[in-house]
Design a protein around this ligand. Structure first.
Ligand code: GLN
Length: 493
């Protein structure tokens, strides 16, 4: 049998059902691979003992005929999801000792479906960033190597640990979160598939908050079907989150029919700038051609307020972050640095516990919310956010979905990113933030390799709560693109 870490979730479920493999075998193979690839630093906290115990329990359940929808499948959670009794750090120093007494709704649902958790995955600190370089636990390496064969590339972020682990065979699927692109951009950088569902499709309960009006949980996996399977078992109403939707969750796998004849796909003009990276432009053109050949109708559309999405996102996200992160005061949750007064305790704790990028965003957010600047920045940003939303609502009257690049470049090197200013790194979110601000579902899937052999993903954006159309189009594009490349099996440290 092929190496078990190459299997997709739906393939493994078949083999488990036929009793050709056990969950313990499947889990052990992934644990072995995790050990070999420890240098990638995809995991902050691996949990091998509890994983094997969970796998053994899953095998017993299966033998007794009790099977969840994802029975026995080894997955891992971004370290932003609170896991009861297991350290949850948000890749920060301030939460480096935090052991939650409760479980997030989404990770609970995945457990309930029979999954086995292999551990907690690296991320940018408090999900702020696009490379995992802001993690207090060090950067994750992209399993795809550069032309010299060196592991010099970032995996993207913030869900970079999730993307790298899925890509390298260190878990079969993973949870991510996406506030402004953190599922879609790392999926593109690592050659995996990931979907940010509609805002409100999944509960945010127990997920460390970054920007509450944007944060959304979503799955990352090796193909579209696996993402649909995972999302089936993550989504749904939750009385513990007042913003989660009460709409019923359809079976997303039912949308994967492959026949997209007559579907109307919009191509937003504003995403094509003169200096668009040549590899990304070529990938986009290829995607357009493939959808056309599959029978879709390609329609040029315009989203005129797209150019404001990035500044609006950074105002709104920082404002909400500054408010959300005020709870880390050294009194509850956190590592504490004492002082002579209460104010000093706060100051010392927060100065010591937050990284530079997190502090920058708290300062920016506090500034845009301050009395003198609230109208000029925050209120204005909220108004423009509505215009961005209206643009999308308008085009969805004529098209079923949109096709656009997920990221402006293939994976960048650490060296290149180290020398970039914060604002330059923010520019990497130019294609993902519009759908985030509008709360729309958007999926990134790999379609081709760049000239230097790196994966490039395209993004399919759908209307609110229409993940089914997103999955439907994505499955057809996936078949047509036939992207079956994986990084070289990890061999060295
Ligand atoms: N890269 C974006 C940021 O730094 C998006 C992060 C996210 O989606 N969590 O804010």
């Amino acid at each position: 049998m092929e190496n078990l870490v190459d299997l997709h979730i739906h393939e493994a479920l078949d083999l488990l059902k036929k009793k050709e493999i056990s969950s313990v075998e499947l889990t052990q193979s992934h644990l072995n691979e995790m050990e070999k690839a420890a240098f990638l630093n995809a995991y902050i906290t691996p949990t091998p003992e509890s994983a094997l115990a969970q796998a053994a329990e899953s095998d017993r359940r299966r033998a007794a005929g009790i099977c969840g929808a994802l029975e026995g499948i080894p997955i891992a959670n971004k370290d932003l999801y609170c896991t009861k009794g297991i350290k949850t750090t948000a890749a920060s120093k301030i939460l480096s000792q935090f052991i939650p007494p409760y479980e997030s709704t989404v990770s609970e649902k995945l457990k309930h479906a029979g999954t086995v958790m292999l551990g907690k995955l690296n991320t940018d600190q408090f999900a702020m960033g696009g490379s995992t370089m802001t993690s207090w636990f060090g950067v994750t390496k992209n399993p795809w190597t550069d032309e010299t064969g060196a592991y010099s590339l970032v995996p993207g972020g913030s869900s970079g640990g999730s993307a790298a682990a899925v890509s390298a065979g260190l878990c079969m699927g993973a949870t991510g979160t996406d506030t402004g692109g953190s599922i879609r951009q790392p999926a593109s950088f690592c050659g995996v598939t990931g979907i940010k569902p509609t805002y409100g499709r999944c509960s945010r309960y127990g997920i460390v908050a970054f920007a509450s009006s944007l944060d959304q949980a979503g799955p990352m996996a090796r193909d579209v079907q696996d993402c649909a399977l995972l999302l089936n078992n993550m989504a749904g109403f939750d009385p513990k989150d007042s913003t989660v939707s009460e709409l019923p969750v359809p079976d997303f796998t039912a949308a994967l029919t492959g026949d997209i004849r007559g579907k109307k796909i919009g191509i937003p003009a504003e995403y094509r700038s003169d200096n668009l990276n040549a590899d990304v432009a070529a990938a986009w053109d290829k995607g357009i051609r493939l959808l056309k050949e599959a029978g879709a109708e390609i329609i040029d559309v315009s989203l005129p307020h797209t150019k404001y999405a990035l500044p609006v996102y950074y105002i709104v996200a920082c404002a909400e972050a500054s408010s959300n992160l005020s709870r880390y005061d050294g009194v509850r949750y956190t590592t504490r640095v004492n002082g002579n007064t209460l104010d000093e305790l706060y100051e010392n704790t927060r100065t010591d516990g937050f990284g530079a990028e997190v502090i920058r965003r708290i300062l920016l957010g506090t500034f845009v919310l301050s009395a003198g600047f609230y109208d000029a920045y925050y209120l204005r940003a909220q108004r423009v956010r509505r215009l961005i939303y209206n643009d999308f609502k308008q085009v969805f009257q004529t098209v079923d979905a949109l096709l656009a690049p997920a990221a402006p470049t293939p994976a960048l090197t650490y060296e290149a990113m180290k020398n970039m200013s914060p604002v330059d790194t923010y520019l990497g979110d130019v294609f993902t933030t519009p759908a985030s601000l509008a709360g729309l579902p958007a999926l990134s899937l790999p379609v081709t390799l760049s000239k230097t052999g790196l994966p490039i993903g395209l993004q399919i954006i759908g209307n609110h709560f229409d993940e089914n159309t997103v999955f439907h189009v994505a499955a057809a594009l996936e078949t047509a693109a036939n992207f079956n490349k994986r990084p070289h099996r990890v061999v060295k440290g």
